[in-house]
Design a protein around this ligand. Sequence first.
Ligand SMILES: Nc1ncnc2c1ncn2[C@@H]1O[C@H](COP(=O)(O)OP(=O)(O)OP(=O)(O)O)[C@@H](O)[C@H]1O
Ligand SMILES: [Mg+2]
Length: 422
Amino acid sequence: MAKTERCYFLTRNIFDGILNQKTLFVQKEVLRHTYQPETLPHRGHERDQLSFNLVEALKGHIPSNMILYGVTGAGKTAVTRYVCDQLQSKGESIGRMVHPVMVNCRQIDTQYRVLSHLGNALLEDYEREEIPFTGWPTDRVFSELVKRMNARGGVYVLVLDEIDHLVKKAGDDLLYNLTNLNAELKDARACVIGISNDLKFTDFLDPRVRSRLGQQDIVFNPYNAEQLQDILRSRAEVGINADAIGAGVIELCAALAAQEHGDARCALDLLRVSTEKAEQEGLDVVEQNHVRIAQAQIESDQVTPVIRTLPTQQKLVLASVLINEKNGLRNMQTGEVYHVYKQACSNIGQQFLTSRRVSGIISNLDMLGLITAKTISRGRYGRSKEINSCIPTNIDPCDVMSKAEPSLNEVFSAKYRHQSQL
Ligand SMILES: Nc1ncnc2c1ncn2[C@@H]1O[C@H](COP(=O)(O)OP(=O)(O)OP(=O)(O)O)[C@@H](O)[C@H]1O
Ligand SMILES: [Mg+2]
């Protein structure tokens, strides 16, 4: 390396250029999911329903238990957090003991952990013992929680977000116990709010728990494209330079997210990533093509890890579908996938599974959104599946799988005998 070149490298830091690059964001945080916005357009009705119930806590009464339903990204967590924050600050200002506590049951996913989390959230003075992460009998944790709630007094609003995860994993004992809390409490009161994005969630509950919890339900409908535009505009006003958003960009982000299932999170991601793309190109304005690039990247970021982490047998079944497609086969039947799958297994010395198990794997790949497996009726020949892959075109699934498991290279390079269709 020449001396002058070395000097250049010694004095220059790779971040200099990027750090000084002009930014299109005013506050990027505002476009992230974790940001709690000041206003929540198109959720006034849900906010009011929630606050009309929770106002009871400010009067010292017990609010009704509630279940909040709605598709992902419909604003359930954002609205509830907003209302809980307002409730807490009103309680403080009028001297009422109101304690909203939110627990995310996807992260804290056992009865023990939720109870200990609630108990520790109420830990005020130092002489009290922290409930350990594990090790106590559950009823001891429960009675410690009751003791602490009584000692503090007031009205507790216990919000169990993404509760469907916990119930599917660990049953409804927690809900049974928490909805029975008022029978145990002497100097305090409690209500429970469960939030779920599975509309069939109550089917998993014991009828007694269902009737106690579902005293009042609120359904959060998916946002439509116009509503998503308003949400994006309200966030963009604070988060992005006023003249950095090109014509039609917000509309396109909203339309794409509305097509999915009206998910505000997805719309925000599209707007944030497309602004990042324009910024990386050193441009002053985000254009619609950046939204398309952002969409492809987000899709790829979501799908690639799913493919990469499939167990080997599932990769082999997916590979068999792809090999058939490469040979011009569409709408294939399970037998045609199985025929290639068996050869693929023997190519890499893997034991092959029964056709029944492979059929189960096909359903799983369908559930993951990597293939579509439509069941169709063939009249007197019974029913069969029509299988096609549905991986976004900017992803090369064969490459992703071979990189994750190099032995699969042989699967993709081998020659296959194909079953002739009936
Ligand atoms: N009406 C709204 N106005 C502004 N931002 C919103 C609105 N609704 C949702 N958002 C934003 O969209 C993102 C997703 O919302 P939220 O987390 O509340 O969805 P959710 O219904 O709880 O979804 P999930 O079921 O996946 O948990 C958050 O960043 C939230 O701030
Ligand atoms: Mg949520």
